[in-house]
Design a protein around this ligand. Structure first.
Ligand SMILES: Nc1nc2c(ncn2[C@@H]2O[C@H](COP(=O)(O)OP(=O)(O)OP(=O)(O)O)[C@@H](O)[C@H]2O)c(=O)[nH]1
Length: 318
């Protein structure tokens, strides 16, 4: 039997605010990250939310769809919108990603410019900084990966640079990996959010559907195991979601690539690479869903899927 409910939110968002009679001055709002690819947005969201939600990999351009992470504290609630890494528009896919960045910036209360503090300033950083300026939104600078800095005086130089460029609300050094500085980061964000009731219930973590998360887990394995060029040409869709009477779940996923040669790379010699990726993804999916999962995977060659509007819509790439 097809399971319709799989498209429902994993943890449904509620219309009403959680009961919170204690504090009259709760602060809440929407916060978007903007940063160069690999700045650490997904890692930070996962750290803050405390559960694995966004796809994390050491390859750039991991995040294609907007992902919500919700953090609730006694002082209020922050709804994080994770934007895709900023890229120069080329493929239509990337133009859509750029639009997603701009849309996200226009609708939020605060923009967080997330900067990898362990690398030197380049054109990409100036590009992102200009987007922040153009957005006209209040912005906070988070300097990430400070665990990598031997010489902390570099932070002062960076803060000085950004202070001269733009009037940020705050300049906060953090490590999304170790968690250092993240508490200060959350509290400073809350301080700058408007007095407003939390838009989501206290235990909501994400509005991602189980189906989306399944596809993300598999895509994360692809990103981890494939060479640098391939992540840009693969996409994952869940095509079958079938509940069996014994309580197990049968899933069929399709991995889209653009050429036969890419299909061969995904499969690996004798299909071994795909088998390993499937096994790793299945373990994560079973942990998330708390049930036994059978996972079938097909690798399909579909030339130019990245320029096919209908495919992009089906894949939820906005
Ligand atoms: N040492 C260190 N590594 C980090 C930190 N934050 C993130 N990373 C690493 O940086 C890489 C990129 O992190 P992601 O969270 O995937 O980056 P992202 O900004 O979401 O990337 P996109 O999805 O391309 O936008 C991963 O290998 C992370 O483990 C940090 O604070 N310290």
């Amino acid at each position: 039997m097809e399971h319709e409910v799989s498209n429902a939110p994993l943890i449904p968002a509620t219309e009403s605010a959680p009961e919170s009679p204690a504090s009259p001055a709760l602060r809440s709002g929407f916060v978007a990250f903007i940063g160069r690819p690999n700045a650490g947005k997904s890692t930070l969201i996962n750290y803050l939310v405390g559960e694995k939600i966004a796809a994390v990999s050491d390859k750039p351009q991991t995040t294609r769809t907007r992902i919500l992470g919700i953090v609730t504290r006694p002082e209020g609630q922050i709804v994080f919108v994770d934007t895709p890494g900023v890229h120069k528009p080329g493929y239509r896919l990337n133009k859509r990603m750029m639009q997603a960045v701009l849309d996200a910036l226009a609708t939020v209360d605060i923009v967080v410019l997330l900067r990898d503090a362990s690398v030197s300033t380049g054109n990409g950083d100036r590009f992102v900084l200009n987007l922040v300026k153009q957005s006209g939104r209040p912005a906070l600078l988070a300097l990430n990966k400070i665990d990598r800095l031997g010489d902390k005086s570099r932070l002062l130089t960076l803060i000085d640079f950004y202070r001269h460029e733009h009037d940020f609300l705050d300049y906060i050094p953090i490590s999304a990996l170790t968690g250092e500085g993240t508490d200060v980061f959350l509290h400073r964000l809350l301080d700058h959010l408007p007095v407003a009731p939390p838009p989501f219930a206290e235990d909501d973590l994400t509005d991602q559907t189980e189906r989306t998360l399944v596809a993300e887990f598999l895509r994360e394995q692809l990103l981890r195991q494939l060479s640098d060029e391939l992540p840009f040409v693969v996409a994952v869709a869940v095509e079958k979601w079938e509940e069996r009477e014994d309580g197990s779940l049968h899933l069929a996923c399709v991995i889209l690539v653009e050429r036969q040669s890419q299909r061969a790379i995904v499969l690996g010699r004798g299909g071994l690479r795909l088998r390993d990726m499937a096994a790793a993804a299945r373990t994560e999916i079973e942990t998330m869903l708390g049930r036994h999962v059978f996972l079938e995977i097909f690798v399909k060659v579909e030339p130019h899927w990245r320029n096919n509007e209908r495919r992009l819509d089906e894949l939820g790439i906005r």
